[in-house]
Write a protein that binds this ligand. Sequence first.
Ligand code: ADP
Length: 207
Amino acid sequence: MTLASSPNNLVWQPALVDRVDRTQRNGHPGVVVWLTGLPASGKSTLASQVEARLHRMGLHTALLDGDNIRHGLCADLGFSVEDRAENIRRVGEVAKLFAAQGCVVFVALVSPMRDARDAARQRLPAGDFIEVHCHCPVAVCQARDPKGMYARALAGEIPDFTGVSAPYEAPLKPELCIDTAANDVEVSAEQLARYLLDRLQFKVQGA
Ligand code: ADP
């Protein structure tokens, strides 16, 4: 870190629009909905489905999909333990910025290491990090393989692939665990949407 960017040389600039203002305007607080799970467990599918549903209902939403973010902000990172931790740190910081602007931010990211997810949780105000475990046995994920990644990993073409040659640490106490093997997309999306609407106490206008 250079002297110029040392925290000692920086002063936090407060905003005139605060959390209460944004919550009143939007009808809900900003939060991070962090979907974690094995590749092909359903994170992206559920994040995009539920985001669309909440958006149509009038909530302010955003979606950060891990694969997409690796094309830009995290394009310089690989899949070593250190790079994965840095990837999660950056995504966590971006999600925090969106949540601070009042959005319900969906993060769809394998995020296999418990410590890194917990660090993302710690960076947010208590209660603003909603960890959702997309729970699905690796055999089911491998059979689905919508992007053909397991096949390539099993053929030895992709090193450090979570579920094949790199570990996945399931959350110990997620806010919500969705069994994406036992249920179809519609049922799982309904489960997540209901949980969020209840937790955010969002009231549909005119209802
Ligand atoms: P991930 O983002 O976890 O890598 P994807 O969402 O890209 O996973 O792919 C999950 C695949 O599993 C999709 O083809 C989806 O249609 C299928 N699927 C089957 N059941 C479910 C479910 N209950 N929830 C989410 N996805 C499901």
